[in-house]
Structures are given as C-alpha cells and as structure tokens.
Design a protein. Structure first.
Lengths: 341, 329
C-alpha cells in the first residue's frame, strides 16, 4: 500500500501525542461504527444508514479545532466523525440507527444521521440540502450580537454548494463578518452527479472570493492538514476577522447511503485508487512513523473500539422504542416558555 | 385608547416590543435605511442600531434561514418579507425547517420566529403584489398562521406572536393598512393567538371570514340590518392555524346558518377547511346548505381596474346578496 506521511508534524500545530492518539481513535471509531451499522442494515435490523467511509479524516481533523461545550456545530448527514468529536457516543448514534425513544437527535423521529444534540451544541438538522447554512449564519450573528466567545462550524458536501441557501448563507456571513466556518467535504459526487456537472470550477473554495472571505483547499485525507486549516479559521473567527470556507478534498468509499449502488456511476478502479489514500491508513502510518503508536498499540486500540461498539450496539438494540402516541407530541411548545425538552 | 389605522398599530406595537426586549431584531429587505416599503420601521435603524434593524440582501430563503438560526440561539427575530408574493423561495425554510424544528428534535429545539408579510389584493398590486398565501402555510403543523383585520388585533396579536415560543407567520392584509381604523389600547396587552373573535353579534346567520374580506362582510351585515332587519353574526377567524373551531361552531349552532367568505382562490382555500369543519360537526344544526364564497380560480389578481374588481367581487354586491339569500333560505 502506498501512503504518504502527513507533511505537518503535529507538534508544530500545538498538538500533543495524546491529542493525535485521541484523534486517531475517533477516526477509527467512526470507521468501525460505519461497518457495524452497515452490517445491521444488511441483517435487516436498520432500515437505512449513511456511511462516512473515506470522510472520517477531514471530519475529525476539522472538528478537533472546535471546543466541545462552547462552540456550535451544524453537521450534515455524513458527519459521524464530526459528532463523535463533538462528544456523541456510539451508544447515542446506535439509538438513532435503531430509532429508539432516547435517540438524542430526534427520539427516533428522523432517519439516522440527522444529528442534533442540545447539550453538546449540535443543532438539529434535516434532509433538504444546505438549509443549515443560513442557520449557521444566523447563529453566528446571534453570537456576535450577544458578544459570546463561540464559533459556529457548518459542514456539507460538494452537492450543497449548488443550492441557493448555501449562497445566501455564505453571503450573509461575509457581509457581517460572522464567526462561522464553512467546511465542504468535497467527495466529487452529489450522489451520482460528478463535480464536472455541478460546477465549472475545480475548487469549491474559489467561491469564497464572491463573499469576501478566504477559501482554503486542503487534502481531506490528511487529518492534521485539516486540523491546521480549521484551527486557523477558528482563530480568525474568534478574532472577529469573519468566516472561512475550507474545502477538504475527500472521497466517499461506499454508496451515498445503504440504498445507493455506486457501481452505477463510478468505476471500481476509481474507488480502488481512492482507497489507496484512505485517511485512516494515512493517519495510522503517521502515528507509527512519529513513534506515537506502534502496530501492537493500534491492534489493541482496534480491539477496544470494536468491543465498545459491540456493547453500544447491543445496549441500543435493547433500549425502548418510542411510545406510538408520542407521535403527537412536540408539534408546538408544551410549556409556555418553549423549554419542553 | 387611541384611534389608529392597522399599519400604525403594527408599527407602534413592534416599536414598543423592541424597546422592551433587546433580543428582538428586525430583518428584511429595505427595513433599515428606507424604513420598509410600508414605512413601518422609519428611523429605527438610527434608534435601535444597525445590528437590530438589519437591511438584508434580496434573498427570501436567506432572510428566513438566518432568522431561524438567530431564533435557535437566544434571539427573537422578526423577519419581514416585503410582499407575501415573494415568500415562495423561503417555503422550504419555513415548512421544512422552522415548522419542523421542534417536532424533529423531539422537543429539544424551538424556533421562536415571527415572519411578517403584507398580503392580499385590491390595491392595484396585480399578479405579484396581491397574493393570498395563507392556505399553503395553514396546512403545515408546527406553524402558526394568523391574519388580524383590525388595529387592536394587529397590535395585540403581533405582541403575542413575538412572545410565542414557536414560529408564527403574521399576515397583514395590505388593503386594511390604511383603510381600516379603530381603537387600540395603550400598553402591551396581547391578543392570544389561536382564537377567533365575534366581531358583530347576530342571531339569523353566521358569517365567517378574515382579512380584508371580513370588512366586506361587516359592511354587508350592517346594510342588511338597516335594509331588512336581518341579524348577522360575523366571526373573525383571525388565526387560521390553529383554527378556533369552538367559537365558529358555537356561533353556527346558535344561528343555524353559515357562510364562509375569503379572498383567496376558492378551491382548497382556508375557507374549505372551515366549511368542512361545519359540515362535519354541525350538519344537523343547519337550516340551509353552507354558502362558500372565495376568489375565482384563476392564477392571480390582474392589474386593470375592471379585472381587479372582478376578482375581488365577481358579482356586484356578491356578499350582501348571498347573505340576504341565505337569511331568507
């Protein structure tokens, strides 16, 4: 297997050995969780899952620059690595996959991967693409208005950048120099439509110029490069210098969802070539080369994560379903002040 | 009490609320420098600051989407869509997002958002400055849709909309803005959302309406009383969602005759829901078939005066004549 060592040493980015081990563990968790979820789907126990495979590196790399508990997160449906970094547990994710009553995103109301977690600052999302982008701008406006020290990050795919809502959100954020970071996980396909039929440019990041803030292109398979770009954007946002658009060049190894067959629109050669740059392996190689984690340590970690995921899965499967009549609740606030969480 | 027209009542109520609560911001096209095309917010940018009176880009989905974000982060945004006819690009943000945020998060998130927009015709607004949009949105659970028709209701319901923890589409019929005046109480009294109001008491029949059409009905009821001594009860729906079926049905059961009048295209209009409710719940209290008067089923209100008049009233004195016919039925 050909891999490249990530060029930026973690120490130069202010990351300790413990940090990158923790980051690697989340990338690995996202990967193994995906595999387990897909097996549940194929076993007929999960009607629908959304794999992140291939995206985990840029998800964890960018999310690591955020401050859980302080910053505000607007992930999109593929962002398992983002929400794990924000603090969601595999158990909570499986509660969503099995549509259980205690699913923190929606109590089993939404399809899996439609994230939301009030106490972690993960804002509830939907299926229509890019609708969360103006929300991110509005939240960032409120943060600025209320003079809070918080940063908003909003993740989306390349497909989202064709939507009007995407342009309207970035434009508003640029006008008001808001503390928000827009992260494009560019896997070069909007389901089956290749980038060449989505836009006449090579880099989504170029679009930032139209809104008056920087656009940055980064190798999405390089976890540390993604972190570096995000950290810089985060510093800019906190300093009042406004938004940044970060484009992570990545690749989706599997279908769009468990219902998609990507063989209908991508060659196996193309996918195989992309897998040579798998961020999990690239990052693992870096950790070994840097002497932070050896092969045995990695195997140990893999076993630990696997058993953690199996336990979470089993516990979530046994968790209670929502009560049928609860379908009528929460149309409007149940308390006058709206705090009926 | 002060005598005001509807637009002044809205302006004064919104102003008072903004003074009282700095979580409230106003955002929309031309609301800042220009003070709004209907002059609601003249001078407010200077008074409250640019950060609270926000001139936005010309992008309706963005206005509503940004306001949703603000609402989810501790603010009380009042988004203005310049004309209801231009709200359609924001349909997704209103219907898929604002209306569903509480439900989809199992109550974890709320969206205390007000969207104000002038609607309705009869003011030479033609196809794209005359539309009735209420039925599109009243169909959506999770969204409150109101259309006050008097200055007191406009002021009190706007205050209630701002205080409401859920999204409210606040529809202002343009023809009532300056044509309708009335007494408005001093102070910050609210008119609760979700309640209909008997605007004229009567015993012979019930006429249910809202928006500018309510005033056509009130005027017809007064004339019919003067001409023939017929006593018409006029119920102002005010809140299309939730719909106060209790008040409407109580009136219909008391008079035993019902007519429903609305300006929107007749087919699938909000009046259809009201007629269906009466038919379902009060069929055996009725002495005559329900009368339904809606706008013609043409795509929009045309510009030329005769065409516009025809849309608003296809037959001369239509409401008066059908009210009279129903009374004699």
């Amino acid at each position: 297997m050909t891999t490249q060592v990530a060029p930026t040493p973690h120490g130069a980015l202010g990351l300790g050995d413990d940090d990158i081990v923790a980051m690697y563990r989340i990338v690995l968790t996202a990967r193994l969780l995906d595999e387990a979820a897909l097996r549940q789907n194929r076993m007929g126990r999960a009607p629908f899952v959304v794999p992140a495979e291939g995206h985990e590196g840029c998800q964890v790399g960018t999310a690591w620059a955020m401050r859980p508990g302080t910053d505000v997160w607007l992930p999109y449906y593929r962002d398992g690595g983002v929400v794990l970094t924000a603090g969601m547990t595999p158990y909570e994710i499986f509660l969503g996959i099995f549509a259980k009553a205690d699913d923190p995103s929606s109590g089993g109301r939404q399809m899996p991967s439609h994230w939301g977690h009030r106490s972690l600052g993960i804002i509830t999302g939907s299926s229509p693409i890019a609708t969360q982008v103006p929300h991110a701008a509005g939240i960032a406006y409120a943060i600025k208005y209320r003079q809070e020290d918080a940063v908003v990050a909003c993740w989306f795919g390349d497909g989202a950048t064709s939507e009007g809502d995407w342009h309207e959100g970035l434009n508003f954020a640029g006008i008001h120099r808001l503390p928000v970071i827009f992260v494009c996980e560019n896997n070069h396909y909007a389901i089956s439509v290749p980038q060449s039929k989505q836009m006449a440019i090579t880099d989504v990041a170029d679009r930032a110029a139209g809104y008056g803030f920087p656009g940055v292109v980064v190798d999405g398979n390089d976890v540390l490069a993604c972190y570096a770009a995000m950290k810089q954007a985060h510093d800019r946002a906190r300093a009042g210098e406004g938004p940044t658009l970060i484009e992570c060049k990545t690749y989706r190894f599997l279908g769009h969802t468990s219902d998609d067959d990507d063989k209908t629109y991508r060659s196996r050669d193309e996918v195989a070539e992309a897998r040579h740059h798998d961020p999990l392996h690239v990052f693992g190689h870096y950790l070994r080369e840097a002497g932070v984690l050896d092969e045995a340590g990695m195997e140990q970690m893999r076993a630990a994560v696997k058993s953690e995921i199996e336990e979470a899965l089993a516990a979530a499967w046994d968790a209670p379903d929502p009560e049928p009549e609860s379908a009528l609740r929460h149309v409007f606030a149940e308390d006058a002040d709206g705090s009926d969480a | 009490m002060t005598e005001k027209n509807v637009v002044t009542a809205i302006r004064d109520a919104l102003h008072d609320e903004m003074v009282a609560d700095d979580r409230i911001v106003l955002l929309g096209e031309d609301v800042g420098n220009r003070g709004g095309v209907f002059r609601i917010s003249v001078g407010w940018m200077e008074e409250f600051g640019e950060e609270r009176v926000i001139d936005t880009p010309l992008a309706e989905a963005g206005i509503v989407g940004v306001a949703i974000g603000m609402a989810m982060h501790g603010m009380l945004p009042v988004a203005e869509i310049q004309f209801a006819d231009f709200i359609h690009p924001a349909f997704d943000q209103i219907v898929s997002e604002a209306a569903r945020i509480r439900y989809r998060s199992n109550g974890a998130f709320g969206c205390p958002l007000v969207i104000r927009t002038p609607c309705g015709g009869g003011i030479h607004g033609a196809l794209y400055h005359s539309q009735s949009i209420e039925a599109f949105y009243a169909h959506v659970p999770g969204l409150k849709v109101v259309m006050p028709a008097t200055p007191a209701d406009a002021a009190g319901m706007l205050r209630a909309a701002i205080a409401d923890p859920d999204p409210v589409l606040f529809l202002e019929h343009k023809k009532t803005y300056r044509a309708v005046t009335g007494e408005v109480a001093e102070g910050r009294q609210m008119v609760p959302l979700g309640g209909a109001d008997v605007k004229r008491q009567g015993t012979d029949l019930t006429c249910v309406s809202y928006g500018y059409a309510l005033h056509t009905c009130l005027e017809a009821a007064a004339r019919l009383h003067d001409d023939e001594g017929i006593s018409v009860e006029v119920v102002d729906v005010r809140s299309l969602a939730p719909l106060d079926t209790t008040t409407i049905l109580a009136s219909v059961r008391a008079t035993s005759k019902a007519m429903v009048v609305y300006e929107d295209n007749r087919t699938y209009g909000a009046g259809a829901e009201i007629v269906a409710t009466i038919a379902e719940e009060a069929m055996f209290d009725l002495d005559a078939p329900i009368v339904r008067i809606g706008g013609p089923d043409v795509p929009a209100m045309p510009f030329a005066t005769p065409l516009e008049h025809y849309f608003m009233e296809p037959e001369p004195d239509q409401v008066y004549r059908r009210m009279r016919d129903l009374a004699h039925a």
